[in-house]
Design a protein around this ligand. Structure first.
Ligand code: NAD
Length: 340
């Protein structure tokens, strides 16, 4: 007799880096939208990974968490042998530009070797899709005085930091595995994300938590660098579309159509929180600091009908409210308790 407790899944997804910012938001999105999918999260739990983030889904029978390093060939191959994922979405990465400038090596290891290790497992066990979550930073930067210029999927790769160089290297490897081994791959290159569960070393959460504590708000240079901001939920919806409907071997740019100068974001956060702009402290500029990123996401709109839903004015309010209502989440990070 069949055991009725055995759930049959229509698809098994392996999501790497799911204890981080975007990966966790993607897991929540997929578990809610696809109750027949099995979702496996593989994460090394580096300083950027946080199991508290996944607390609400740990008991979900469709979810499994595995602590492992994507560079650990034995662990990765063992997991593939156990779970035989249909789709792999690779979010796992060292993701902070400043850290890559201080110590590039781990970026090369995780972002390049880790991606190759995952793809080797995909080749051995067979998959329907390997999706690489990449970044607009692989295109380098644009001048501030040319608002007419945007990154398209054809823009040449031209990296500035060890972080972006490692992500670009991974993208090249992904395309090489497609061409050489016929691996069914897609790549998405997204602009800056913001939203719940972002580690408070990145601009928006750092400014929120520092402003709440009346601590200085460090702004690089004169704060004139421009980024194109996208609410994380919109990024997750774009990846969902690409893994189901995107064409194998293609790159898709994802952008928010929302360019903002860093200084204007910081001032907006001060205003929303009722804090004084005198907290803003200008610090020596980041080495090799990219001036402007701006994404042309016409392709994903034309081919997959994707457009961002959340306007920045709403998304930033929702984000600030989230950090106000989830103090324990970020206070555990600041105190280091989350590492226990
Ligand atoms: P994050 O730093 O918040 O999370 C990264 C996660 O990867 C963490 O949970 C960490 O523990 C895990 N990880 C790191 N090294 C690992 C390893 N060797 N093995 C297994 N797990 C490992 O990063 P994020 O901001 O969520 O970014 C996710 C992905 O999206 C990255 O690939 C990044 O390059 C890309 N991306 C981020 C943004 C952004 O604005 N945050 C924009 C575009 C693209």
């Amino acid at each position: 007799m069949l055991n009725k407790n055995i759930q049959t899944y229509s698809l098994t997804l392996l999501i790497t880096g799911g204890a981080g910012f975007i990966g966790s938001n993607f897991i929540f999105h997929m578990l809610e939208k696809y109750p027949k999918y099995r979702i496996i999260c593989l994460d090394k739990l580096t300083y950027a990974g946080n199991l508290f983030t996944l607390a609400n889904v740990m008991d979900n029978p469709n979810f499994r968490f595995v602590k492992a390093d994507i560079c650990d060939r034995e662990a990765v191959f063992r997991l593939f042998a156990e779970e035989h994922p249909d789709i792999v979405v690779n979010f796992a990465a060292e993701s902070h530009v400043d850290r890559s400038i201080v110590d590039p090596e781990i970026f090369l290891q995780t972002n390049i070797i880790g991606t190759a290790t995952l793809m080797d497992a995909c080749r051995k066990f067979g998959i329907k899709r390997f999706h690489q979550v990449s970044t607009d930073e692989v295109y380098g930067d644009l001048p501030l005085d040319r608002p007419d210029l945007f990154f398209t999927e054809e823009t040449a790769i031209h990296t500035s930091s060890p972080y972006s160089a490692s992500k670009a290297s991974a993208d090249l490897l992904v395309m090489a595995y497609h061409r050489t081994y016929g691996l069914p791959v897609t790549i998405s290159r997204c602009s800056n994300n913001y939203g719940p569960y972002q580690f408070p070393e990145k601009l928006i959460p750092l400014m929120i938590v520092n402003a709440l504590a009346e601590k200085p708000l460090p702004v690089y240079g004169e704060g004139l660098n421009v980024r194109d901001w996208l609410y994380v939920e919109d990024h997750c919806k774009a990846i969902d579309l690409i893994i189901h409907k995107g064409k194998i071997g293609e790159v898709y740019n994802i952008g928010g159509h929302n360019e903002m100068r860093n200084i204007d974001i910081v001032k907006l956060i001060c205003k929303e929180l009722g804090k004084s702009e005198s907290l803003i402290t200008y610090v020596a500029d980041r080495k090799g600091h990219d001036r402007r990123y701006a994404i042309d996401s016409t392709k994903i709109y034309n081919k997959l009908a994707w457009l961002p839903n959340t306007k920045f004015a709403d998304g930033i309010k929702k984000t600030i409210q989230w950090y106000l209502h989830n103090r324990q989440w970020w206070e555990n990070i600041i105190s280091g308790e989350y590492r226990q």
